[in-house]
Design a protein around this ligand. Structure first.
Ligand SMILES: CC(C)(COP(=O)(O)OP(=O)(O)OC[C@H]1O[C@@H](n2cnc3c(N)ncnc32)[C@H](O)[C@@H]1OP(=O)(O)O)[C@@H](O)C(=O)NCCC(=O)NCCS
Length: 131
């Protein structure tokens, strides 16, 4: 798990506050909402690299060691780490920033590697363009 500090010299692909509608019955943010943000974040550099449509093929794993609360600001950092013939693997790191009376606490929330596949107009795998 990354450190509890935002990565330096990197720009998050998504920054979004958790809303009350994103909470589970226990009052903390629903893990599925965070997983959705991770998938959206990973898809952005994957689609750019693929130069077109992609679908999510696989995700390695998720762990949630600390809760996220309504109002926390979620930041997702995503980076292409591997390009295959038709697949693109993206690593995503997620941080939450909790703000109380002007004091900001940053926590590493989760990370995952996701495999996206470039698809053609029939939904079949297509080769990722060479760079
Ligand atoms: C994605 C899809 C088009 C791939 O078709 P497919 O016939 O399974 O294709 P392949 O078996 O040739 O696999 C395509 C690539 O994914 C990789 N891949 C497949 N399963 C994988 C897995 N579990 N982990 C990592 N990579 C995997 C393959 O290695 C291959 O990569 P490469 O071409 O770079 O070597 C098809 O499985 C599909 O439509 N899945 C549903 C996607 C979806 O709806 N996602 C959720 C909503 S976006």
């Amino acid at each position: 798990m990354p450190q509890d500090v935002l990565p330096e010299n990197k720009i998050p692909v998504i920054r979004v506050p958790a809303m009350p509608s994103d909470l589970n019955q226990g009052g903390t943010v629903f893990g599925g909402w965070i997983m959705s943000q991770v998938d959206i974040a990973g898809s952005i550099p994957a689609a750019e690299r693929a130069g077109g449509s992609i679908v999510t093929r696989a995700v390695d794993s998720f762990e949630f060691k600390k809760p996220v609360f309504a109002g926390d600001l979620l930041s997702c950092y995503a980076e292409v780490v591997k390009v295959g013939r038709t697949s693109i693997t993206v690593h995503v790191e997620v941080y939450a920033q909790h703000m109380v009376k002007g004091v900001v606490t940053t926590m590493a929330v989760t990370e995952a590697s996701l495999v996206y596949v470039a698809i053609d107009e029939r939904g079949k795998p297509r080769a990722v363009p060479k760079v």
